[in-house]
Ligand binder design. Structure first.
Ligand SMILES: [Zn+2]
Length: 592
């Protein structure tokens, strides 16, 4: 099969999921009926629960989960490729509403499980009948010591709209409605924050610089409101942490990620100690660009000149790279292509970006992307296929409750698949401009995750410390901390520009999910460690890695990684990741 430029005609076939929107609606009604009947059967049953009965309940819950996930995914996938279609929007609205109803009907089960005394819960979780769901059952209970009484919880959730959501909405409205005139080369036009930020990849230096200066000038007048939103939210979170007995402001995030504080602390310290790796590259990059020193707006300036790659060539590159890794992995990718589970053609009404949907425990994953023949798209394809192989292998071995990992491990297989593809691409590429672009993109992509996200975590930690004193989080105080943490990263290898002190002000993670970013640091570093192991001894590595994928979320990250020889509780493990990153920077320097 040949396809024209930009993946023309590469659309997915959703018919294996449902034949029509009506079929999906019927399945939604069925899942609601089953959830209602589940509630009738099992409400109040927990005190007299036995192993076999718990297994029976979990099986039924899993089947409802599969059915509901299939309906939800089908509606989301349809909408993702045509948001303007009325039927898609109606179906999606109906499904969103149905999902809430089903989850409300089932919520009692988790609450009753949490209400059990520790000893009784441990005894039930140890029953052989529920062995496959043991981790799921045990991990649910990690929030028990931090859960308040039912009336207290109700009061807290009832005041959420005013105490939490209102600040988040005000922040979102403020940043999303900022629009300022800017000339990106085609005459002056109104620009949003996101559109201005996109110019950091522009080849023209004056455009990159102008876009950032325009951005900071536009943010300036809004910073009192943006800082107030943050101050209120951080103040509220600190109060709730005290009521719920969380030791530190970051403890809740560690619990969600199932990571020990000591592991994350050692990791972040190691990242900071390795800031010089990025600084070395920034100096080398200044040479490539013919500058004495990089300025902030040069950080992501393109270097090299990657050739275009059509969809068919991309498919062949990625599947061949995977084949070199493990034929089992190639098979998963081949099936995704052959069974039309990839939608790659950009078109009107389709949403931007890329994602891989696991769909459901008893279904196969689907991938959406917008393929435009750029080298980047090849890596995006590899990334999403990496998620796809994780879902496929985990679904084959795990129950619906144990198949999915938390954020910290979820990005490991996708990042790893990118590394495999980079090396394969480099091995076969003779065009010098393409090679330089590839090695630079690989190193800079790692910096953006590992180093930049760590700077953000450090900034957040200091903001919480200030607020706890208590000190009001004013724009000036936040700017001072932001600059200090950024200067530690860039050192004297890159000059920050006037206005950058406001860089904290528009970042939504600080407002919506605290300490969200370190899970990405973790995933990238773990993928680097795994990749180093793979390069050392591929034969010994591959079986363990496939087991890791098949294990899904059936244990916590430390246990799963320990099984493939990576001990994240040993602080020296991170040096393996930085040696690998160092090698990637050396490769980039070698192409200059
Ligand atoms: Zn991803």
């Amino acid at each position: 099969m040949t396809t024209e430029a930009h993946a023309a005609g590469v659309r997915w076939d959703l018919s294996p999921l449902f034949g029509s929107a009506d079929d999906a609606r019927a399945a939604l009604a069925t899942s609601l009926e089953r959830a209602t009947s589940f509630e009738q059967t099992w409400r109040g049953a927990m005190p007299d629960m036995t192993g076999p009965r718990l297994s029976e309940a979990l099986l039924e819950l899993g089947e409802i989960d599969n059915l509901l996930s299939r309906v939800h995914s089908y509606a989301s996938l349809r909408k993702a490729v045509d948001v303007t279609d009325e039927e898609n929007r109606d179906l999606s609205a109906a499904v969103e509403q149905g999902v809430v109803q089903v989850l409300n009907a089932l919520r009692f089960f988790e609450l009753e499980w949490l209400a059990l005394e520790d000893e009784r819960a441990a005894e039930l979780a140890a029953a052989p009948e529920v062995a496959a769901d043991r981790h799921y059952l045990e991990s649910l209970r990690r929030f028990r010591p931090h859960t308040l009484s039912e009336p207290e919880e109700r009061v807290l959730s009832e005041r959420d709209p005013a105490a939490v959501s209102a600040w988040q909405t005000l922040f979102g409205q403020t940043t999303s409605t900022i629009e300022v005139p800017f000339d990106g080369g085609e005459g002056e036009e109104p620009h949003t924050v996101d559109r201005l930020l996109a110019y950091v990849h522009d080849p023209r230096r004056e455009v990159r610089r102008g876009a950032l200066e325009t951005l900071y000038a536009a943010l300036g007048p809004h910073t009192p409101v943006l800082a107030q939103c943050y101050d209120s939210l951080v103040g509220d979170r600190l109060v709730l942490d005290r009521l719920r007995s969380y030791e530190t402001p970051i403890t809740l995030t560690h619990l969600r990620n199932e990571l020990e504080a000591s592991v994350v602390d050692a990791m972040l310290d190691a990242v900071e100690a390795n800031y010089p790796i990025a600084q070395r590259w920034f100096r080398a990059k200044a040479d490539v660009l013919g500058l004495d020193k990089l300025e902030l707006h040069d950080q992501y300036a393109p270097v090299g000149n990657a050739r275009d790659i059509g969809y068919d060539e991309a498919r062949s590159i990625v599947t061949t790279a995977f084949d070199g890794f493990a034929p089992r992995v190639r098979q998963v990718a081949d099936d995704l292509f052959a069974e039309h589970r990839i939608d790659a053609e950009p078109r009107a009404g389709k949403r931007g970006g890329a994602f891989c949907s696991p769909v459901a425990g008893d279904a196969d994953p689907y991938i959406m992307m917008n393929f435009t023949d750029h080298m980047n798209d090849v890596l995006t394809m590899a990334h999403e296929l990496g998620h796809g192989m994780h879902f496929q292998l985990a679904h084959a071995q795990q129950t619906p409750h144990s198949a999915h990992t938390g954020l910290a491990l979820a990005e490991v297989p996708s990042t790893f698949a990118e590394f495999v593809t980079y090396d394969h691409l480099l091995a076969g590429e003779t065009d010098a401009g393409t090679r330089l672009a590839l090695v630079a993109a690989r190193a800079e992509g790692a910096f953006a995750t590992v180093f930049r996200q760590t700077v953000m975590v450090r900034y957040e930690q200091r903001a919480y410390e200030m607020r706890a004193l208590p000190t009001t989080l004013t724009p000036d105080r936040l700017s001072a901390v932001w600059l200090e943490e950024n200067r530690r990263y860039y050192g004297d290898s890159l000059a920050l520009i006037d206005g950058y002190e406001l860089g904290w002000s528009y970042i939504p993670h600080f407002i919506n999910t605290r300490f969200y970013t370190y899970a990405y640091v973790f995933a990238k570093l773990v993928a680097l460690v795994l990749y180093a192991r793979y390069r050392e001894n591929s034969d010994a590595f591959v079986p363990g890695y496939l087991d890791l994928l098949s294990a899904g979320g059936s244990a916590d990250p430390a246990t799963l990684l320990g099984r493939c020889g990576v001990d994240i509780t040993d602080p020296s493990v991170w040096s393996i990741a930085f040696a690998e990153l160092d090698r990637m920077v050396e490769a980039a320097e070698g192409e200059i």
